[in-house]
Structures are given as C-alpha cells and as structure tokens.
Design a protein around this ligand. Structure first.
Ligand code: BES
Ligand code: MN
Ligand code: MN
Length: 456
C-alpha cells in the first residue's frame, strides 16, 4: 500500500484531467439556459464522489439547482467533517476579455484558466481527491460528509431549506470549506472572517417616457443625473458611508487586533501595479487589509440609463437604475442595513423624481475563533505542508450560508482556502495554480489527522 504522497504523485495527471472535465461543464447558476449543464455538473460531482469511495451519494433536487450529498462513516465514535463547496460558477461575461474560452480550460505557466478554476470547482475538487487518497491509502481518520451546492453564486436560496430539513443527516463536528484565498504561497494564511452582504437595486423615475433632450432638456429633471448625485452622496470626503446609523453596530477592532492584521506582509505598490490603478482608495484611517477585511463598504455593481448603444442619441431618459451592494462586518445585520439603505435612499430623493428600492439576497458576516480545535488543526496542517505557520487574516468576500450553518446546525465553519485574491474570481481569465490544487490535496488529509487527534 502506498503512502498518501506516493498515491497523489502516481495519480496527479488523472486528478488534474478530471478537474478539467468538470471545468468544461458550464454550470452557470444564474442563467436558466444553463440549467441542463448545471444538473449535468451535479451528476458529474456525484459520480466522482462514488468513484472516490463515498456512500449514500445523492443528487438532491431543490426548487432551484440540486445539492450533491455523500458520506463515508468509518466509525460513529470518530469526529465527523462536513465538507461544503459549490459546483456552480459565475457567468463568464464579458466574453471578449477572455484570452481563451471560459469553458475550454487551458494550462499556461502552470495555471489552469477557466471559469470556476478557483471558485469553486478547483478548490471543491481538492476535497474529493483528498478523500479518494485517504480511502485508497487506508488513512481516513474522520467520518466525512459532503454537501456540494449549485446555487452559491446566486445566494444559496434553497440551501437553507435543505439544511433545516436534513439536520440529522448533516450532523457533524465541523464544516470544512475551501472557497477563500491565502495571502500568497510564500505567506500562507487562514481567513478567519467573511463579510456579510446586503444587495439592493434602485430605480429613479422621471418623466413618463424618454424625451427629446433638446425639446424638454432643462425643464425636466434627468433621472440619470439625479441617480448619479444620490450615489455620489453616499460617501463623504473621508470615504465614510453617509447612510445614518450605518456604522452603529460595527465591532471595531482593538489596537492589538489591528496591529496583528497589519503585520501581514503587503506591498501597496505591487497591489496598485497589479490592478493598473494609480492610487489606492478607501475609508480614511484604515489600511488596505483593514478596508477589505474589517470595514463595511458600499459599491455600485451596475448602473444603467438612457442610450448606451453605438453613436449618439439625444435623449433625456425616463429612468435610471443601479445595483448597489454593501459588505458588512461582524455585528452588522443584513436586514437592518437593507432597511437603513432604503430609508436613506428614499429620504434623499428630490421631489422631481420617484424612487423605488428593491432588496436582493443578503447574508450575515462571520468569524472563526482562532483558539478552536478546527483552527488549530488547520494551522498545523498548513504548517506541515508549507513549512510555515499560517497567519490569520480576514477575507473581504462573503459566503452567506456559513452564518446559516451556525444558526441551523450549531456548527462552526473552518475556511481552508487555497486560492489567491489575484485568481480573477468572477472576472475574465479566472485561474487556479496547479501547485495550489495539489497543495490542497496534500494538506486536507493533514487537517483530518490533526482534527481527529485534537478532538480526542
Ligand atoms: N468564494 C466566494 C467568496 C470569497 C472569495 C470569500 C474570496 C473570500 C475570498 C464566493 O463564491 C462568492 O463569490 N460569494 C459572493 C456572495 C454570493 C452571495 C454571490 C461574494 O462574495 O460576492
Ligand atoms: Mn465561491
Ligand atoms: Mn464566487
């Protein structure tokens, strides 16, 4: 019988090719024209789990995209790890900015380029292959359950119901998730925080139809101008958000916590060059790490009005719209912030227009305690495979369902991410380093071992 590392080495190419096959399935959860692909992807994940040695494999139908469940119970007395991940991906648009087609993965400079390469197929699949490795080398030290969903990128709207009605089946000691990033391969880190989300859509309506901008312009309020002003007013000169009460519930970090966070290596110039920006931006008084990890924000995600086609059209648009989302930090509440936003937006609208506010999905922020068994197990596992102790950091992204897991199942989630912020998640040319993929497969079994050991 081979060791884990021998088994991984012997099966490396197959592991990678299987991931490439998964990446070829365009499981775009937001687009109904991809529903058949999304289902096909769920079935492919289920088959891979069966092949790896899982039992009770089921593609569970929901009102939306299915959830793949599987388990391997080796001994009821051993601790149980519930692996969560998602097989759905973001839409690949804008297609013209990809250097190779998003669902035809290519390998360049040791990196896999494809939609979902990192978020989250590449990272989710590490768990399937790590499980296979433990099965084949007879080294599985914990019971394991898998819950791989297909609606993470669209707000996990059916997962809550599944969790609530499958509490017994999902019983575990910890939830393990690889869907976040590390600072770099030289500076391994563990995300201990996720931000929450409140996502709004607004509409500003002026005249009852599009107007000739010469005939009527100057005498009628332009909704695009009004919306632009309203949005501009949402940050003050220090880039603080102006919505009354917005910061009321924010848990401010202690000076010691801020110092720890800022001790992580970070090169602002490199950050700027990578993004092609001339200067960074953000809330006054905070570093870049603090701005993305510990402070709430408000971003315009989309804005549209009037004529945007080729050439010029002189029009005074009847309405203007925007999608605006706010990232939340511990102790802020998504519903409360949504309401504050809606009240504020309506209160600052001038009497020349009508406004409406619609709420999309949201989610609560999350923190993993660093003095917990899962954190210690993760830290030791990473130290073993990277030769360096990881530092705790706070990710700026959101996985809203994590807070619900804690509420419904009473379980903490351990974020065990192997991506990089520069992997172009949700952007054109998403990528995942093959090195990280294998590193994850190597490190995950160490987590199982330490988790079993420390839980004992
Ligand atoms: N995997 C990401 C979240 C993430 C990425 C967290 C990097 C930390 C670091 C996840 O798939 C995601 O994109 N979440 C969405 C929220 C969801 C409701 C659409 C997000 O953060 O925008
Ligand atoms: Mn993800
Ligand atoms: Mn995502």
């Amino acid at each position: 019988m081979s060791t884990q590392s021998e088994y991984i080495t012997a099966n490396k190419d197959r592991f990678l090719n299987e991931l490439l096959d998964l990446l070829r399935i365009p499981s775009v959860s937001a687009r109904s024209e991809h529903n058949a692909d999304t289902l096909q992807c769920a079935e492919a994940v289920a088959q891979k789990l069966r092949d790896a040695g899982a039992e009770g494999v089921e593609v569970c139908a929901t009102e939306g995209h299915p959830i793949v469940y599987a388990h391997k119970i080796i001994d009821p007395k051993l601790p149980t790890i519930l692996v969560y991940g998602h097989y759905d991906v973001q839409p690949p648009d804008p297609l013209e900015l990809w250097t190779s087609p998003p669902f035809e993965p290519v390998i360049k400079d040791g990196k896999i380029y494809a939609r979902g390469a990192c978020d989250d197929k590449g990272q989710m699949y590490m768990h399937v292959k790590a499980f296979e490795t433990m099965m084949q080398t007879n080294t599985l030290t914990c019971n394991v359950k898998f819950m791989i969903e297909g609606e993470e990128e669209v707000g996990s709207s059916n997962l809550g119901k599944f969790v609530a009605s499958n509490k017994e089946r999902l019983k575990a000691d910890v939830i393990l998730i690889s869907d976040t990033s590390m600072i770099s391969m030289d500076t391994p880190s563990i995300d201990v925080g996720l931000r929450g989300l409140a996502y709004m859509e607004v509409e500003v309506v002026g005249p009852n139809r599009d107007l000739h901008s010469g005939v009527y312009g100057g005498a009628v309020a332009n909704p695009a101008t009004i919306l632009a002003k309203m949005i501009a007013g949402m940050h003050d000169e220090n880039n603080h958000i102006t919505i009354p009460g917005f910061y009321d519930d924010v848990n401010n970090l202690t000076e010691a916590e801020r110092k720890d966070l800022n001790a992580a290596p970070f090169d602002q110039a490199e950050f700027n060059t990578d993004l092609g920006i001339t200067q960074e931006w953000g809330e006054k008084g905070y570093s870049t790490f603090e701005r993305t990890g510990t402070r709430p924000t408000l971003e315009v995600n989309g804005i549209w009005s009037g004529y945007t086609g080729e050439g010029a059209k002189t029009v005074l648009p009847s309405k203007a719209n925007a999608k605006i989302s706010m990232r939340l930090v511990p102790n802020q509440n998504s519903d409360k912030i949504s309401k504050l936003f809606a009240d504020y937006f309506k209160s600052v609208a001038p009497p020349t227009v009508k406004v409406s506010v619609h709420e999309h999905h949201g989610g609560e922020p999350y923190l993993t305690p660093t003095d917990s068994i899962p954190y210690l197990a993760a830290s030791k596992a990473i130290e073993k495979s990277f030769g360096k102790k990881p530092i705790p950091t706070r990710g700026g992204g959101s996985i809203p369902i994590v807070a619900l897991f804690e509420r419904e199942l009473g379980l903490k989630s351990m974020l065990f991410g192997f991506g990089l912020d520069s992997d172009n998640l949700h952007s054109p040319n998403e990528k995942y380093d093959i090195f990280n993929f294998y590193k994850g497969i190597e490190t995950i079994p160490y987590f199982y071992n330490y988790f079993a050991e420390l839980s004992n």
